[in-house]
Design a protein around this ligand. Structure first.
Ligand SMILES: CC(C)(COP(=O)(O)OP(=O)(O)OC[C@H]1O[C@@H](n2cnc3c(N)ncnc32)[C@H](O)[C@@H]1OP(=O)(O)O)[C@@H](O)C(=O)NCCC(=O)NCCS
Length: 270
């Protein structure tokens, strides 16, 4: 395929089958153009090629189905529609007789409130038990990951895509663009209306305050907030073994894998 670059030069895009992504099934990788691989690698690429437009259209149709689902749908049906958005090929477990018991099979699947808006879906990876509140926007030009048990507030925007600053190179919709990966760790809390910019990594256990614009990496176990987000304070001490009352009213004493690991790493106070 040939496309015009910002300088009007016709560029030949060829299929580069030598570059592989371990997250993507081999059968899907073969069909990717070099332009698409460049996008995933964070290099300049063209977003308006028929291939890229087709990929976004597939995802926007899957999101539209998800966003127009009614409350009458079961957890199983919602999980199936979510896996369609992110193209998760795992088969669903066999359906169990009672819906309540069937729901338990999906308790580790991410819980995503509609509406959600995602560019490609295939570049978004959510860990077990992630919760995303409504009206989240994910520009997943590059890989965007959210670690297990992380909570994302309403109206959060994760922008892994960006454009050249040079207006002649940017050239509106005809110019090339690029992206950088976003990684949010495990056990984080991202407050409402947060914007996370390309290339940002947020460390395990950190909180980002409402309305923040996160322009730089946030280390593990801090509270950061503001525009641009700055560290407000560090989380120096974790509850050693908090008493947690579960939904059945049973009292547990389990601080979870992240907290346990952090406590083991903690240096004793001087
Ligand atoms: C960040 C947050 C968790 C509070 O953290 P905290 O450590 O208890 O912070 P405090 O309230 O003690 O505030 C400390 C300072 O940070 C400032 N601050 C707190 N949250 C802030 C935010 N989101 N943006 C900018 N500054 C903020 C406070 O004004 C205060 O400033 P000061 O020292 O100059 O007075 C909370 O403010 C927040 O943003 N929560 C998110 C709520 C939300 O999004 N809910 C939606 C459902 S998920």
């Amino acid at each position: 395929m040939s496309i015009s670059t910002a300088n009007g030069i016709m560029e030949q895009l060829t299929c580069d089958s030598t570059t592989e992504d371990s997250r993507i099934p081999h059968s899907m990788q073969k069909s990717r153009s070099d332009n698409h691989w460049r996008a995933l690698r964070g290099e300049l690429y063209y977003a308006s090629t028929p291939e890229m437009v087709r990929l976004r259209k597939r995802c926007s149709e899957a999101c539209r189905r998800y966003n127009s689902a009614t409350d009458a749908l079961t957890r199983r049906q919602m999980v199936k529609m979510w896996r369609d958005i992110v193209q998760d090929p795992r088969p669903l477990p066999a359906e169990l007789a009672s819906q309540d018991i069937d729901d338990v099979q999906f308790e580790d699947d991410p819980w995503v409130e509609a509406p959600i808006h995602i560019d490609y879906g295939t570049n978004l990876e959510l860990g077990a038990g992630v919760f995303i509140n409504f009206n989240c926007t994910v520009i997943d030009t590059c890989h965007v990951s959210i670690g297990a048990r992380t909570l994302v507030g309403p109206n959060v925007s994760l922008y892994s895509g960006t454009h050249p600053i040079d207006p002649r190179l940017r050239n509106g919709t005809k110019g090339p663009e690029l992206g950088r990966e976003i990684h949010i760790g495990e056990d984080c809390w991202v407050g409402g209306n947060v914007v996370i910019l390309p290339g940002v990594t947020i460390g395990d256990g950190s909180t980002v305050g409402a309305g923040s614009v996160v322009t730089k990496d946030v280390p593990p176990l801090v509270v950061a907030a503001g525009n641009p987000a700055r560290i407000l304070r560090r989380i120096d001490r974790l509850s050693e073994s908090p008493e947690i009352v579960d939904m059945d009213g049973d009292v547990e004493r389990d601080s979870g894998p992240m907290l346990r690991a952090s406590l083991e790493d903690e240096t004793p106070p001087t």
